[in-house]
Design a protein around this ligand. Structure first.
Ligand SMILES: [Cu+2]
Length: 142
């Protein structure tokens, strides 16, 4: 009886280990993003739909930044007072400024669900004034 229980526990543990190991090495693509005062750099700007990406975002600037994946703002929207709630609704993914103070690193997982041709999607920081200061980086999804 006792041996049987131990065997079942061991089998469960080895299954868990296999699942975790497989996910990290084979399927997830690492994306490293650096935020500066004021700009965004990324080692990947061409993505594939359906592929899981692990984003690591580092704030290398001296001030707080946020990070969003969303459609570019048109001129009209930029001229208006920006409604943060509306922006948040448009975002596919985001890290709030509270998690990206100067020197901080934050991570998240994201899988694009559909293609996004040139000019339809970008990384952006919408902390007031930063977007206008060119904190954006166009990306594409194939
Ligand atoms: Cu910023």
């Amino acid at each position: 009886m006792l041996f049987r229980k131990i065997f079942i526990v061991l089998a469960a543990v080895s299954l868990l280990l296999t699942a975790c190991g497989g996910q990290q090495s084979a399927e997830t693509t690492e994306v490293k993003i650096t935020l500066t005062d004021f700009g965004i750099e990324s080692n990947v700007t061409e993505f594939k739909a359906g592929v899981p990406y692990h984003f690591t975002v580092t704030n290398a600037g001296a001030v707080e930044h946020e990070f969003m994946i969303m459609p570019p703002l048109v001129e009209d929207q930029m001229g208006m007072a920006m409604d943060m709630e509306e922006l948040d609704e448009q975002a596919l993914a985001m890290i709030p400024a509270s998690d990206l103070s100067a020197g901080a690193t934050a991570t998240f997982e994201y899988t694009f669900t559909e293609a996004a041709p040139d000019g339809t999607l970008e990384f952006a920081c919408h902390t007031p004034g930063h977007y206008e200061a060119n904190m954006k980086l166009p990306i594409t999804v194939k």
